[in-house]
Design a protein around this ligand. Structure first.
Ligand SMILES: [Zn+2]
Length: 428
C-alpha cells in the first residue's frame, strides 16, 4: 500500500543480445528479481515497487531506440516514480554518452538511479560524483574525437601524396610519362629472376641490400616495396584501370612469360603461408603501442596456440621491423596481456595521484581527499562498470605505450584532461 511516505520505485531491465556475459543475470526475470529484493531491502526508507514493468527484451545496449526505456523516461517526467532500479549500469546503456543523456533526463525529472550490483545511487554524493566523473570522460572524448578527425585528414593527405608522387622502380617520370631509368631498368629483371630462384621476397630484398642497389627515392628497401615490383603490371607495359587490364604507354621491362611465372609463384606462396599468418583483429591497445627500438608502431597480432587447444593469444610486434630484409629491433614480441596489465595498473595509479584528484576536485565540488576516497576502488570502476567502454575510455587518457627492452613506458594525456576540466568549470 502506498502512503504519503512511500517512495515509488520502477525497475528497468534489458536483456543483453551479446555473448555469454553474466549468463545467470541475463534474463529479464532474474534482473527483475534482483531489483525486487533490492527494493525490499530499502523498505525502511519507504521504497515500494510500482506495478508497471519496463522491460526491453533483446535490444542492444548501444541503441537509444528502446521502447521500454522511452516509456520509462516519459513516466519519470510525469512523476510516476522517484527512483529507478537497474541490475547493472550497463543495462541502462553500454555507451557512455547515451548513459549520461539518460541519467541527465532522469535527474531533470527529479528521479534518481540506483543500481543493484554497484554502489551507485545518483541520490547520494558519491553517486553524483561518479556520474560527473563520467561526464568528464565524455567531454574529453568529444574533444579528442575532433582531434582524431584532424589526424585522419593528415593521414589521407600523406597517403594521397605518396600514391600520386610514386614512380615505379625502374622508371623515371618525364612530362607525366614513364620512361625506363637507365640505371635501374636491368635491376627489375634481376629482381624477377632472383625471386623465381629463391621463392622468397625477403631473400630478394636482402640481396638488393648486400649488392648496394639503391632506390631512386633514397629510401631503404622493404618487403612490401619488393612485392609491389614483383606484381606490378606496369613492368609488362600494362595498366589496370577500373578492373580492366589495358595496354599502357610505357615500355615493358620484363618479358610477359617471366612476369606470369612470378605471379604464379606469388599466389602459391600466399596460399601456402596463408594459414600460418596470424589473423589481424582490433586489439584494445591497437594504435597506441610503439617500438622503443626504432620508434615505429607495433602491430597487434592474434595467433592460435600450436598445442591444438584452440586458445588464442595476442602479441605485439614492430611493424617496420617485420618489413625489413634483416630484423634489427631488439623489442621482439610482447604479449598483449602483459601490456594490458601495465596500462590498467598505470591508469589506476594516475587516478589515485594527487595531480588527478586536484584537477578533478573543483569540478566535483569535493575536497581532494574526498575525491581520493571516492576513487579508491578505481580499478573496479574500470573493469566492472563498463567493460565494453573500458578500453575506449582508457584511450582517451593514454597517449602512448612504448615497449623498451626492460620497461613499458606509458605516457598519459594529463594536459588534455586539465583543459577539459577548465572548460567544464567555466561552463558551469
Ligand atoms: Zn622497431
Amino acid at each position: 500500500m502506498m502512503d504519503s511516505l512511500s517512495i515509488p520505485v520502477a525497475i528497468y531491465t534489458r536483456k543483453s543480445t551479446s555473448h555469454n556475459l553474466d549468463l545467470e543475470t541475463n534474463s529479464i526475470e532474474a534482473q527483475r528479481q534482483f531489483g525486487e529484493s533490492f527494493i525490499a531491502a530499502h523498505a525502511g526508507e519507504g521504497w515500494e515497487v510500482v506495478p508497471e514493468r519496463y522491460d526491453d527484451a533483446a535490444v542492444s545496449g548501444a541503441t537509444a531506440n528502446r521502447p521500454a526505456l522511452k516509456r520509462l523516461l516519459a513516466d519519470a517526467k510525469e512523476g510516476k516514480f522517484k527512483v529507478v532500479v537497474c541490475y547493472k549500469l550497463d543495462r541502462i546503456s553500454r555507451n557512455l554518452r547515451d548513459f549520461l543523456d539518460i541519467t541527465d533526463a532522469l535527474q531533470k525529472s527529479g528521479v534518481r538511479l540506483a543500481c543493484v550490483a554497484h554502489p551507485i545511487d545518483t541520490g547520494t554524493a558519491a553517486g553524483r560524483a561518479f556520474v560527473n566523473l563520467m561526464a568528464v570522460f565524455a567531454a574529453l572524448e568529444r574533444e579528442q574525437s575532433a582531434e582524431r578527425v584532424r589526424d585522419r585528414c593528415h593521414a589521407v593527405r600523406r597517403k594521397g601524396g605518396y600514391i600520386g608522387g610514386c614512380t615505379p622502380f625502374g622508371y623515371l617520370a618525364r612530362d607525366k610519362h614513364l620512361v625506363p631509368d637507365p640505371e635501374r631498368r636491368d635491376v627489375v629483371r634481376q629482381i624477377y629472376e632472383a625471386y623465381l630462384r629463391t621463392g622468397s621476397v625477403k631473400a630478394v630484398a636482402a640481396g638488393l641490400v648486400s649488392q648496394g642497389v639503391k632506390r631512386a627515392d633514397g629510401r631503404p628497401w622493404n618487403l612490401p616495396y619488393v612485392l609491389r615490383i614483383l606484381t606490378g603490371r606496369v613492368y609488362v607495359g600494362e595498366v589496370e584501370f577500373e578492373g580492366k587490364v589495358v595496354a599502357g604507354e610505357n615500355e615493358a621491362l620484363v618479358p610477359k612469360e617471366l612476369w606470369e611465372e612470378v605471379q604464379k609463384l606469388v599466389r602459391l606462396r600466399r596460399s601456402s603461408t596463408g594459414k600460418k599468418t596470424p589473423t589481424r583483429e582490433p586489439h584494445p591497445l591497437s594504435g597506441l603501442v610503439r617500438c622503443g627500438s626504432c620508434g615505429s608502431a607495433m602491430t597487434a597480432l592474434m595467433a592460435r596456440s600450436r598445442h591444438g587447444n584452440n586458445k588464442v593469444y595476442w602479441y605485439f610486434s614492430c611493424r617496420a621491423d617485420a618489413k625489413r630484409p634483416v630484423r634489427k629491433c631488439t623489442t621482439g614480441r610482447i604479449s598483449g596481456g602483459v601490456l594490458e596489465k601495465a596500462v590498467l595498473d598505470r591508469m589506476a595509479e594516475v587516478m589515485r595521484s594527487p595531480a588527478f584528484t586536484r584537477t578533478v576536485s573543483p569540478y566535483l565540488r569535493m575536497a581532494p581527499a574526498e575525491v581520493r576516497h571516492r576513487l579508491e576502488n578505481v580499478t573496479e570502476f574500470w573493469t566492472g562498470l563498463f567493460p565494453a567502454e573500458k578500453w575506449r575510455v582508457l584511450k582517451l587518457l593514454v597517449d602512448s605505450v612504448t615497449v623498451l627492452p626492460d620497461e613499458i613506458a606509458i605516457k598519459i594525456k594529463t594536459g588534455g584532461l586539465a583543459d577539459v576540466m577548465e572548460e567544464l568549470r567555466n561552463a558551469n
